[in-house]
Design a protein around this ligand. Sequence first.
Ligand code: ADP
Ligand code: ZN
Length: 611
Amino acid sequence: MQTAETEKVDVGQAVARVLKEVFGFDSFRPNQEEIVRAIMARQDAFVVMPTGGGKSLCYQLPAHVMPGTCMVISPLISLMKDQVDAATATGLRAAYLNSSLKVAERVAVQRRLMAGELDLVYVSPERFAMPEFIDTLEHVELAFVAIDEAHCISEWGHDFRPDYLKLALLTQQFSDIPVAAFTATATHRVQEDILARLGLRRPHVVRASFNRPNLFYKVVPKQKGLRQILRFVKDHDRESGIIYRTTRKSVEETAEMLVHSDVKALPYHAGLPVETRAANQDAFNRDEVDVVVATIAFGMGIDKSNVRYVLHGDLPKNIESYYQETGRSGRDGEPAHCLLLFGYADIPKIRFFVDQIPDADEKRHAINCLNDMIGYATVHACRRKALLGYFGEHYPESNCGGCDVCAGEVEKVDATREAQMILSAIARTGERFGMMHVVDVVVGADTQRIRQLGHDQVKTYGVGKDHDKPYWRFLLDNLVAQGVVQQTEGTYPVLQLQPVAREVLFGDKQVHVLRTRKATGRRKATAATAVAAYDELLFDELRALRRRIAAARRIPPYIIFSDHTLHEMARKCPLTRGSMSRITGVGDAKLDRYGKTFIDAIADYKEGKQH
Ligand code: ADP
Ligand code: ZN
């Protein structure tokens, strides 16, 4: 007779074996094991986990082990084929049902489903909502149902889908089948809504930390935007990256500039024809281009795991979008960079749109969101702590090791004396001039306008000639953002002092600004983002090999092996089947299918190096 204890051990061992043999992973990521166990114990589950946290394993592993089929409801038809290809590459028996299938294909999948030949069937919510499909399900042995992107059932979420409401039927009509719902959307309001609408029965609830330890956050003052973008992209040569810009025009302009500079880049925005958009997204997914330059229209349906950076060329309008967009990098757990180019000139552009919002409450909310975003970019505090704090999560470490502030790349400097100089120049010229002119006065420029107005006679003329004009503009931008100076609206905005300006002038209040420290070197390795050394040339070879195989099989490269797996191969150089099987991400199916090809490539490379 088995006691409960030995049974538990057996399940644990079986699960650990499947984790290694099928998925090729040595250990679970945080929370995965408890979720897998809950599902296998036929309990409902509700999981909030950030992008890249490893949600798919939580249902794919039980789907492989449990008798019957796991039905996965997923809203993104465009993604289903990739999801099924990925599951198949891992050795799972998977198929999908959605409106893109021809009748004969659909019938074939339904036949396999009813014959119990599938571990996983991905189903669109539209298909699920059809009465005849629900009839079909009566004849299927369902192990459990997994609901992906579960926030789509909530009107509070950002992409509500009416078809998701039908999913409430699951717990009513199929009352003995466990339901596990997954989402990466964080707010508590959405969580309560999902739980209520789905009618989950005493679910195992997991709210994972939203921290993404492998992402490095950095904010840099935007000066020459396009040139800065190019520098960054060249520094990350041949890595996959997404560049977000606000307008279609700046997307086009940036993409053109990159292509001109021999970067493989494509644009993506809602103004492009649907086919072009799909083709560009596909080319990015398949590593045929390195960079996609996009508006926020790009993102939903990006499952690519090897995005190595997300660069925001303009200020996002709130932290939610910023976090979601940066979250698309580094899903494979390897280091990735999130760079924000922050220019004060972006603020009035966003304000312009916010000011059009008719509803007063909504407008106030939008302004608060924008101010939070500006705060994130300008406050001298750990970026990670600030982001997590925004989502109500306390980050305990004093140094995250994974942001520019903690890595010591930016410093806070006292600029009170300089602020007094420029504030005095504004006061003495009667608060009637714009930035350019005020800066000219402070640096002592010899312009006709200055002579005409007699501003070469004011006391502050030329007091700031130790600094250049860009410095003074930078300082003024800071004073505007900190509410010391106000810039009027209209075609010729002028600078006016706010009440706190007097405190600064009289020495009662200090002014601090953030400056980037000089030459800290590119991609400084830190605790959070360091990746152990590997042979970069070999990695390039293996990546090229991965791309060739993927092209021949018409699947995205990351489905074959992740960047993480290729890095490990380029570090450990496995030359036998045994050593290859120990590489993370090499399960039995992939070992059989690709092991030898990759071992041969490594052997060739080694041999080539000896000659
Ligand atoms: P999510 O759906 O939560 O965004 P995914 O399921 O796509 O995340 O997983 C992200 C990446 O993490 C994938 O490349 C996956 O192979 C990898 N992964 C998942 N679980 C593990 C694990 N236990 N060990 C190593 N890698 C893992
Ligand atoms: Zn930090």
